[in-house]
Design a protein around this ligand. Sequence first.
Ligand SMILES: C[S@@+](CC[C@H](N)C(=O)[O-])C[C@H]1O[C@@H](n2cnc3c(N)ncnc32)[C@H](O)[C@@H]1O
Length: 449
Amino acid sequence: MPSLTSMAECILARAKKLDAYPEAQNIAYPSFDDDTLDQLPDELQDERWALANELKQLSRGAAQTTLDCALSAVDRRPCPSRCVSLQPGRHRTLGSTASYGEIAAASGLKEDLCRRFPRLGMGSHFFVEDSDTKRVRHTASSRRLATDRSFSDAVGLEIDELGPASSKLTQVWDKHGQEAGEPNQSAFCMFNETERLIFAFLASQPERTQRFGGAMGFFTKGETWDARQMLASFDWPSIDQPGAQVVDIGGGNGQISQYLAFHTEHVHYVVQDLAHVVSQAPSQLPGHLKVRIEFVQHDFFTPQTMEPPPAAFIMRYILHNWAEKHAIHILQNLVPAMSKGTKLLIYEYVLPDQPVTDLTGRFGFQMDAIMATIFNAQERTAVEYERLLKGADPRYEVEAVCRPEGSTMSIIVVGWTGSDRRPTKDDNASIKPKSGQIKVQTEWQITRN
Ligand SMILES: C[S@@+](CC[C@H](N)C(=O)[O-])C[C@H]1O[C@@H](n2cnc3c(N)ncnc32)[C@H](O)[C@@H]1O
């Protein structure tokens, strides 16, 4: 470990880089009142995250850092979710400052509670109390919660749904085994005492459904999630021929197909999903894309029957929702429609095969824990994706794993080494999986040896 002084020098260099931003924009430096670095370009976000993270932990010491982490749920939970912030719009009666009595009247909570819990949050610069008037006002953190709906949805989802549900993970492993892979036996299901999957379960509770949707919107906005990565990672002109079809498996409302249709000329997109999704989705499609995009009901746990085979299949955010045996099943169901030249493009997090401390890298591990909690599923490393594909069918061949600069997400380009004709059982018997052939490079490209 470097000395504290040399770490501080590193911080100084980073701080200068970050300061250059408000200076160039002619805005104030960040404070607890006003987070002026909030709109930093994505490439600087990691710099910000790294600014003093390690030094902060070292200066607090091992025990206190661990306690801080353990206490964070107690620290934050009652404060934002119960007092003022998680229901923006609900407390418009409050002015720019409020007494504890006014907060109590607006929130319907006892004044005593409205004093104790915000004061706890104030230790983390969440609300601030004027020492003379004892009136409370927002800081940048509490104001953001009160004014940005999708942000408060994201925080609310973590505090009220995912955190409590994840406490059941070890009980799930005890009850169903560590290989537990059934989504209806997940920690989320155990916590909510249901066997219904999260979407079906939440469907009967509009507020929770809305919060889930808002949180997803928050987590997936910004350049690091951009659909452009799908465009950048594959040679689309090579398949953009008249008659070419691309199948968007579990494509939801066709968001990615819409984006790709806009950037290709000829390809016809077939968005497959469950009945209740495809019955609603076409109405959301802009009129000019209706001839290029078609919605078809198809359960990905049944074989594809497309004839002729499509130029490519896309799977975005599909495999990470499923444990290995189910993911293998989904991949095997593509086989009847695979042909030489057919590509499978998988858009997912691809976890590094090592612990990471940078912001975007850590998010993949957090999503891994969330997938485990909600679906008994997981994010995977590049090697695990290769193993999954080969386990489904040895004729799948990972051609590249691309993580464009600054992106959270990766695209795995998969080719098909089988013949043009429909595969038979004999094909399966004669082709053995090749292993240990991929090399992960530091820039997150994977190439074959
Ligand atoms: C996480 S969403 C991803 C949606 C879309 N691919 C995207 O990136 O916006 C998973 C999708 O899988 C669909 N899905 C779930 N089970 C399915 C099944 N058995 N067959 C087809 N689609 C399914 C869901 O309806 C949902 O649209």
